[in-house]
Design a protein around this ligand. Structure first.
Ligand SMILES: *Cc1c(COP(=O)(O)O)cnc(C)c1O
Length: 413
C-alpha cells in the first residue's frame, strides 16, 4: 500500500542562527517568477554570465575562474578541495566544527588507497597534518608560520570565519605565510562572503576559495556555492587532473562561459542547471551589489555590537568575534542547560542554535536581520526564554539598554 502524506507545510520561523539567513522576498519572487526554460536557453546562459561577473565584483577579484557550484557550501568546498590528490602533502588548520569537516574531506582526498582502506570513514593519511586550535580561539599568523615553515606542504587550508565557534581567523597572516613557504593556500569563505568587506586579490597566497548560497549571500532556495580559483590553481588542475567530473574546477566552469581560461560568449553544457536557481542567484547578487560590500559589513558590525551588549547585560559571556553571529556561554546558574534553552526557543519558531561540537554553547545569528527592530525582537525572545528557565532577567531594563545603545552609537556615527 502506498501512503500519500498530506501536503508538506513548513512554517515561517525567525532564522536567527549561523545560517541559513532569511531569504529576501525579491530572491523568492525571482525564483518563482522564472519561466520554464532549459539550461541552454539564451536568457539562462546570459544570466549565468551576468552572475559570474557580479560575483567577481562582490568578491573583488580578476580570477576568470569565479562562478557558482550547484548545491550547498560543502559542494563548493568539494570542488575547491578536489585538486588535492592521494599522497599530496597538506596542512589544515582547524578551530571548530566546519574546518573540522573540511579537514575530514582533505584527509579523504589525500589518503592513498591503503590509507583509505585502513579507516574508510575517517582516514589518517601520513601526508596530512591537522593543526587543531582550541574551540573559541582564532588561527593566528604565528601558528600558520610555525607549521608551514616546518612542514613545507604543497597545500595549506584554513576557514576564514569558523562558524562553529564564531571566530575570525587571520587571512592576511595565512596568505603571507603561504607565499613565504611556497604553499598553495585554500580558504573556506562560507561564512565571510557577503558579510565581511574583503577582496580576494589582496591575498595572493590563497589560490582557491569556496563559499555558500545560504549565509552572507542570502540565496537559500538551493542555488549556488560561489568559488574562485587563481590561474596558479587552475594550472595545477590542468597539469595533475582531479578525480571528479561534476565538481571539476575547470569542467564545471564551462557552463558559466569560462572555456580554455577565457570568458566565452556563451556557456557549454556541463550539467542541467535550473533557470529558477539562476534567476534567484542573479537577484541575490544584485541585492548584494546594491547594498554595497562596505556598507553591509558596517551594518553587521553595528548590529552585532548591539546584540553582544544586550546578551552580556543578561549575564552571558560572548566568546566569538564574527559580526554575523554571537557565540555565548549562559550565566553560571544555567550552565549545562544550553540545549534545553535552544530547544525551547526552536519550539516557538525562534531558530537559534547550540554549537555542534564541544563545548556546548549557544549561537545567535543576525543574517539579514540588520535593523534595530529585528535585533530588539531577537533580544526580547532570548530574554523570555532565559526567564522561562528561571534566569530572572529584567526584560524592561534590557530593552531600555538596547534602545540606549542604538541611540548612542547612532549619535556617534
Ligand atoms: C555553513 C558552513 C559550511 C557548510 O555549508 P553547507 O551550506 O551547510 O554545506 C562550511 N563551512 C563553514 C565555515 C560554514 O559556516
Amino acid at each position: 500500500m502506498t501512503n500519500i502524506f498530506p501536503e508538506l507545510l513548513i512554517p515561517e520561523t525567525l532564522a536567527a542562527g549561523p545560517g541559513p539567513g532569511n531569504t529576501d522576498p525579491r530572491v523568492l519572487a525571482a525564483f518563482s517568477n522564472a519561466g520554464l526554460a532549459d539550461h541552454m536557453q539564451a536568457d539562462v546562459l546570459r544570466g549565468m554570465i551576468e552572475c559570474k561577473m557580479m560575483l567577481r565584483a562582490i568578491w573583488g577579484t580578476k580570477n576568470v575562474y569565479t562562478y557558482g557550484v550547484g548545491g550547498t557550501g560543502f559542494s563548493g568546498l568539494d570542488c575547491l578541495l578536489s585538486a588535492i590528490l592521494p599522497g599530496d602533502t597538506v596542512v589544515a588548520f582547524t578551530n571548530g566544527t566546519f574546518s573540522g569537516i573540511d579537514a575530514l574531506t582533505i584527509r579523504m582526498k589525500a589518503a592513498t588507497r591503503e590509507e583509505l582502506r585502513a579507516n574508510p570513514m575517517d582516514p589518517k593519511p601520513a601526508s596530512v597534518t591537522v593543526v587543531t586550535v582550541p574551540h573559541g580561539q582564532s588561527v593566528t599568523e604565528e601558528i600558520v608560520e610555525r607549521v608551514l615553515a616546518e612542514k613545507k606542504p604543497k597545500w595549506a587550508f584554513m576557514a576564514h570565519w569558523e562558524t562553529g565557534s564564531g571566530r575570525i581567523n587571520d587571512l592576511k597572516g595565512f596568505s603571507d605565510a603561504c607565499l613565504r613557504h611556497g604553499a598553495l593556500g585554500l580558504i573556506d569563505a562560507v561564512s565571510s562572503l557577503g558579510v565581511d568587506d574583503f577582496s580576494i586579490d589582496d591575498y595572493p597566497g590563497v589560490v582557491g576559495w569556496a563559499s555558500c548560497p545560504q549565509k552572507g549571500v542570502l540565496c537559500l532556495p538551493l542555488t549556488y556555492a560561489p568559488v574562485s580559483f587563481s590561474d596558479r590553481y587552475i594550472e595545477e588542475v590542468r597539469t595533475s587532473g582531479c578525480q571528479t567530473y561534476v565538481h571539476h574546477p575547470i569542467l564545471e566552469a564551462r557552463h558559466w562561459g569560462i572555456i580554455d581560461g577565457k570568458d566565452a560568449a556563451a556557456g557549454a553544457y556541463h550539467r542541467t542547471h535550473s533557470g529558477y536557481a539562476v534567476a534567484a542567484f542573479h537577484e541575490a547578487l544584485r541585492i548584494n551589489l546594491q547594498q554595497g560590500r562596505a556598507a553591509k559589513a558596517r551594518d553587521y558590525a553595528h548590529h552585532e555590537q548591539a546584540l553582544r551588549q544586550a546578551v552580556t547585560a543578561m549575564g552571558c559571556e560572548v566568546t566569538s568575534n564574527m559580526t554575523s553571529l554571537v557565540v555565548l556561554n549562559l550565566p553560571k546558574e544555567l550552565a549545562g542547560r544550553e540545549k534545553e534553552l535552544v530547544q525551547a526557543c526552536r519550539a516557538k519558531g525562534f531558530g537559534i542554535w547550540p554549537t555542534l561540537s564541544e563545548p556546548v554553547q549557544v549561537r545567535i545569528g543576525i543574517l539579514n536581520q540588520l535593523s534595530e527592530a529585528a535585533i530588539t525582537d531577537i533580544v526580547g525572545r532570548f530574554a523570555v526564554a532565559m526567564n522561562d528557565m528561571g534566569a530572572g532577567v529584567n526584560t524592561e531594563e534590557i530593552t531600555e539598554g538596547l534602545r540606549h545603545h542604538y541611540k548612542m552609537t547612532m549619535a556617534a556615527e
